[in-house]
Design a protein around this ligand. Structure first.
Ligand code: PEP
Length: 255
């Protein structure tokens, strides 16, 4: 897989859905219908399904992402998963700081920052999720919130270059709700994130892919991905249906 902004990146976050047979079936379908000549694509199964999905995608352009990981390489962290284990299995990306982890599992900016550094150290491409909640949106704080989260996630000086970092703008109020921001809101948030990335990394910050996520469907993806600085999508619900995910990928390729 190439990492470059000229190709959109579409990532399917399966969350805590699908058992192993269902994961295998979905991947089998995706391998035949995703437009790999025009998009980079990855799927993020739950941990127990990683082995089956990695085996199924062997030799194909479909990459595999983890939905989370710990920041330490090993140790007494019951129930956690270590970055080098994921890397050695063949996992390529890891989603970090998803709003569900922040809201439901107490993940904070400091933990996100440690995980980003750990992902890079162990060869995984971090997909860092940022986004405002509804109250912050209503208060006109979207750009301040996302810029603050990006700065905090990338605060560690050990991170000298962006490498294959990906940022996903996911308004919390849009995730799983069927509601989406209007194009001006997407444009504003992505521009603010881009500015934070170039402020942090200089010119290489221009190469970081910024994905939009939150209730993406085949119907709304052309509008959402048309905004400047949108380099692909992080897709939850619609990624569980191969036809919908393929339509989203095809629309992204056409944007
Ligand atoms: C997500 O949880 O990352 C997500 C984008 O979910 P959905 O597409 O279902 O809103």
């Amino acid at each position: 897989m190439t990492v470059q902004r000229s190709r959109p990146l579409i990532v399917g976050n399966w969350k805590m859905n699908l058992d192993e047979p269902a994961a295998r079936t979905l991947v089998g379908a995706l391998l035949t219908i995703l437009p790999f000549d025009r998009v980079d694509a990855a799927v993020a199964p739950s941990f127990p399904c990683l082995r089956a999905v990695l085996d199924a995608v062997t030799g194909s352009p479909l990459a595999v992402a983890a939905q989370n990981m710990h920041s330490e390489a090993k140790g007494a962290f019951t129930g956690e998963v270590a970055p080098p284990v994921l890397f050695n299995m063949g996992v390529r990306f890891v989603i970090i700081g998803h709003s569900e982890r922040r809201a439901l599992f107490g993940e904070n900016d400091a933990m996100v920052s440690r995980k980003v550094v750990a992902a890079r150290r162990h060869g995984l491409a971090p997909i860092v999720c940022v986004g405002e909640n509804e109250a912050q949106r209503d208060a006109g704080q979207t750009c301040d919130v996302v810029v603050g989260q990006v700065r905090a996630a990338l605060a560690d000086g050990a991170l000298e270059s962006p490498g294959d970092l990906v940022v996903a703008y996911e308004p919390v109020w849009a995730i799983g709700t069927g509601r989406t921001p209007d194009p001006a809101e997407v444009t504003g948030a992505h521009a603010a994130i881009r500015e934070a990335l170039t402020e942090r990394f200089g010119t290489p910050g221009i190469e970081v892919r910024i994905l939009y996520g939150g209730s993406v469907t085949p119907a709304n993806v052309p509008v959402l991905l048309q905004a400047p600085e949108v380099d692909g999508a992080l897709v939850g619900g619609a990624s569980l249906d191969p036809g919908s995910f393929a339509l989203i990928a095809a629309a992204a390729a056409a944007c």
